[in-house]
Design a protein around this ligand. Structure first.
Ligand SMILES: Nc1ncnc2c1ncn2[C@@H]1O[C@H](COP(=O)(O)OP(=O)(O)O)[C@@H](O)[C@H]1O
Ligand SMILES: [Mg+2]
Ligand SMILES: [Zn+2]
Length: 323
């Protein structure tokens, strides 16, 4: 299952930026040591001289070449040790003048043997997810601008407590979900009428989990179905990303067109993520009964196993417009 090659070249650019930054940082460190501790810089120079000596020995092809190489190796190790000691004695970490790598597995080449390093594929996935999320208003919603004042606190709802109490619990549950996010993790189903803040809280979870460095994909179901339709549903980049993202947010389930193909795609998506123990946050305006009617039993039985938050109150969009 391949990603668009554009994301590979973007990832290569990012990696080469990292290599450049780190090599500039190392240059600055060398410069600093040259200025403050010339004797350490001198040892570094000697160390790089051992390579020239090695090449000379090899090209001479003398009988005792192996002995000479062994001696040189010993000399080289001793020199390295002296440099480390001198650095530590002067208050530096012992690897202060060693190459700097963000990934110690591939040393920032992005490649291990004949495969891409996982650090490289993480960048590719992040680039692809950023593209897919680029139309989502991820920065526009946060827990901090979710106000409970919009929910009635004067009389109990059918749930037994006031709308404000119900929504206060929902807010707490969503905050906790984002705060405690880890993998594997549970899934959430938010259910309630339109305008009650489901999208707002879903986006708040998305941006918080993104901030923690996880790969998050947010999309409204109608929009995602159109994107999947375009790539003919199977084995494409979008489907692959939806199936493997650390967190997938499916906004407005039920708002997509009635279509048997959509139902089976949604089923295989939800099922693939559950089998991989990957969390999904789903929100829907449909009541559970309506969900059962719209989707077949395979989907609704999976939705029913998710932790559910029921949203209640009156349309916040309307209330806000009256302010
Ligand atoms: N509790 C709230 N505090 C502040 N703004 C809210 C709140 N609930 C909803 N909104 C705003 O009202 C509008 C509709 O809410 P939304 O989250 O889209 O509802 P839903 O997804 O449940 O239909 C959005 O602009 C949203 O930011
Ligand atoms: Mg919504
Ligand atoms: Zn790597």
């Amino acid at each position: 299952m391949g990603f668009d090659s554009i994301f590979f070249s973007e990832a290569e650019n990012e990696l080469s930026d990292i290599r450049l930054k780190n090599s500039m940082l190392l240059d600055r460190r060398n410069e600093e040591i040259r200025n403050k501790y010339p004797e350490i810089a001198e040892m570094k120079r000697e160390l790089s001289g051992t390579l020239t000596k090695l090449i000379t020995i090899i090209t001479e092809r003398a009988d005792n070449a192996m002995d000479k190489i062994a001696a040189l190796e010993k000399e080289n190790l001793a020199l390295q040790e002296r440099i480390r000691c001198a650095l530590v004695k002067n208050g530096y970490p012992e690897n202060y003048l060693s190459p700097i790598y963000r990934c110690s597995i591939c040393e920032d080449t992005g490649i291990v043997g004949d495969k891409y390093c996982s650090c490289f594929m993480d960048i590719v996935k992040r680039k692809a997810a950023e593209k897919l999320n680029s139309t989502a208003p991820l920065k526009l919603c946060s827990f901090d601008d979710f106000s409970l004042a919009y929910y009635d606190d004067s009389r109990p709802t059918e749930l037994g407590t006031t709308a404000r109490e119900v929504m206060s619990d929902n807010l707490t549950a969503c905050r906790r979900y984002a705060d405690e996010f880890h993998l594997p993790y549970k899934s959430l189903l938010m259910q309630g009428k339109t305008g009650l803040g489901k999208t707002h809280l879903s986006l708040s979870i998305a941006s918080e989990v993104l901030r923690k460095g996880y790969n998050v994909i947010y999309g409204s179901v109608p929009d995602l179905m159109r994107k999947l339709d375009k790539e003919k549903f199977e084995g494409g980049e979008v489907m692959d990303m939806l199936e493997t993202a650390d967190l997938l947010i499916l906004d407005d389930l039920g708002a997509e067109m009635d279509n048997r193909l959509y139902v089976s795609v949604l089923y295989s998506l939800i099922n693939a993520r559950m089998n991989a123990s990957l969390p999904t946050v789903i929100n829907t305006n449909l009541e559970l009964r309506e969900l059962e009617r719209k989707y077949d039993e395979r989907i609704s039985s999976r939705l029913l196993t998710m932790e559910k938050l029921f949203f209640t109150g009156s349309d916040v969009r309307v209330r806000k417009s009256l302010e």
